[in-house]
Write a protein that binds this ligand. Sequence first.
Ligand code: NIG
Ligand code: FE
Length: 411
Amino acid sequence: MTTLITNIKELLQVRENDILKVSGKEMKILPTLKNAYLIIEDEFISEFGSMDNIPKIKTDEVINANGKIVLPTWCDSHTHIVFAGNRENEFVDRINGLSYEEIANKGGGILNSAKKLQSISEEELFKQSAKRVEEIMFLGTGAVEIKSGYGLTLQAELKMLRVIKKLASKYPIEIKSTFLGAHAFPEEYKNNKEGYIDVICDKMIPAVADKKLAEFIDVFCETGYFSIEQTEKILITGQKFGLTPKIHVNQFTSIGGVQIGVKYNALSIDHLEIMTSEDLNAIKNSKVMPVALPSCSYFLSIPYTPAREIIDADLALALASDFNPGSTPSGNMNFVVATACIKMKMTPEEAINAATINGAYAMNLSKTHGSISKGKKANLIFTKEIPSYNFIPYAFGSNLIDKVMINGKFI
Ligand code: NIG
Ligand code: FE
């Protein structure tokens, strides 16, 4: 099946397919082609160029993009989309003065979500989560990472991971799975934290690996959650079982988690709202992808990840949603990109790079996703008629997406 797309006003993020991420000053450059065509063979991009040089080939279908901008779909490398129920009452508690930590300390937060998740059926969990996957697809997300971590028992963690696997087989977008048993300490281990670390290392990780339910392992490394020593033990065990580290660090405090991520070759270190100069230095000369989650900062009113300092230190940066019921009840990557520009002073070029090619890197997907490149998946956002791509972050409250194509087919 050959599809030809004609009259694209501007085709964004056109790159050679061996570019796997962009860092520092390179992030300011978003390579584009004006007045372009694009050819898709089955589910892959096979050719693109200027309308002036459009090749004469036999096609099965022609799509006239008629003045629309086309860009690769968003790559959302950090979400907790599989969860049960919601926590809108905690949201109101926060408006009335309680902090995120105070809510967690009185049994709300992650433990509240865990209680809900443990008590619903796998079918119901799938149904609730599938709605969110459908929602983000129509908002332009073509690849997403989903974490466990609201189970906190062996059975409930495996239930979450099976739901992620089922979502991956049911939906055309690429879904990557992360085991996050170390998201919070269950109530019964409050006074026996090492006991829960043993459950994670001796029971959960071997079971997850044995059933091939995750590619990545994550830890919420933070004051009041998992310490540096506990994080290290879990990452070492995960690596022994073939899981690649990705970690939550520096959301509220800087306790050395960044250095641990670098030490254990984490694919990404995520959050980074609080960054010291030592943290910044530790990332230099490493392969790790720093990931900022601006919707989380927005929703919790906590500092934004210092994107300018990170990029100006010649480092890479990815943007992700953190979609979850407590700190970020939104998976809208268009809002993430806009907020990165508005609040973190990223340029539209930097934000689009961060939410496409660098997001793909943070999921080990940049060989197939994240740019308009020959041989990559034909995952495309067709915008409504907009004056320029700067309009995407500028008109932050409007839905500017006309259509989304995944694997060469409109959804
Ligand atoms: O990434 N930081 C830890 N985990 C989530 C929040 C989880 C929750 O509140 O349910 C996050 O922000
Ligand atoms: Fe998270």
